[in-house]
Design a binder for this molecule. Sequence first.
Ligand code: DLL
Length: 431
Amino acid sequence: MYNEILETMTLEERAVLQLGRLQETIRHVMNHVPFYQQQLQDLGLDAGSFQTITDIQKLPFTRKNDLRAHYPFGLFAVPPNEAVRIHASSGTSGKPTVVGYTQSDLDDWSTSVARGLIAIGAKADDLLHNAYGYGLFTGGLGLHAGAEQLGMTVIPVSGGNTDRQITLIEDFRPSGICGTPSYMLHLAERMEEHGLDPKASSLKYGIFGAEPWSEELRQTLEDKWGIRAFDIYGLSEIMGPGVAMECQQQNGLHLMDDLFITEVIDPATGEPLPEGTVGELVFTSLKKKALPIIRYRTGDLASVTTETCPCGRTTTRMSRVKGRTDDMLIIRGVNVFPSEIERVLLQQAGVSPHYQIHRIQRAGLEALELHIELEEGMIPEEMERIICHAMKTECLISIDLVCHPLYGLPRSEGKAVRIIDRRAVSEKKFV
Ligand code: DLL
């Protein structure tokens, strides 16, 4: 383990550590962030009002819109020039969400990633091929710093330029690779096009995340590459990659409890949910100096457990992200997450793992078109019957299947775009 004391402390020890750090954070935001200062004043609260971790529930949630409303540096607790790094997430509309780090924030971030890397069995002697994008996105630099901290040798390839990535994998012979799961599929496919077998590469493990992926896709990636594929979770508002990471058990992602308080809430009511129940993840930072954040609503749906992991770590574990609150599709009253559709699709033989879900509108009702690629020799009508039936029995939804030949759908070099909203356009066409 990277830090045995922090990773194996008892629940009671952890509660004491978290409470002290929470009070420190409350003092920090009261002194430096007018947005939180106002909230605390309005509620008549100060650091002393927090006597247990659950007292955090006295405070309102912070949302992405709050960060946007204070664009770019309005929620920073230090003058921007005291931050040593700025990142931003692009967001689908409007201004990006800007985040900042002091040197101590960067140190905590890289330590979190290093801790996760040790948990999956990475070694200081290993070469790591880093295919996460470098730049404003936190993936590239986040993994980079963590791996360097562990003493690994990092190859900062970044995303894209797939043929060059293949050459580097062939020539440098890295043990580990990181990137988005969708890009790893693309990379494997391109190797096969070049007559290379990804399984024959030097790679032994992969660290994949930054987008939703299913257990079935893990299986596909492990089979295609002949590696073990580990899940890494994070978001820029909280830190970046490394908020949680799997260990060799591949049974839940270990959260960095000494750095964050994790809550799971009912996204509709905001009420806390018990362990084991899927709800929206909410994080409060405990040590961040540049951009401390209180009860941030991630929109990500998962459950948590405090049961000790067979790996020996006692840290809270979160499940794989099941979906996002804003990704849930409601088709004729049935709720379904894209990851469920992926799970069912990837169980079928004869289809590639690339797909798109098109949301369309028909006579005022939402419908789904599932665009898939068929391998050569597969008969579209037959596949339509099988896949539509599987979606109906397993996801309880009706879909229209649109079959493309192999490579008929776009490939991703970063976060895949799986959902395409054509509702406004399709309704116009229908009328
Ligand atoms: O995606 C940070 C990251 C980089 C994580 C590299 C892992 C690896 P953002 O661009 O701010 O940061 O996007 C964060 O991506 O709220 C989730 O919805 C999604 N996400 C991240 N990791 C996972 C994962 C990075 N392992 C948003 N599984 C989050 C599912 C994930 N979704």
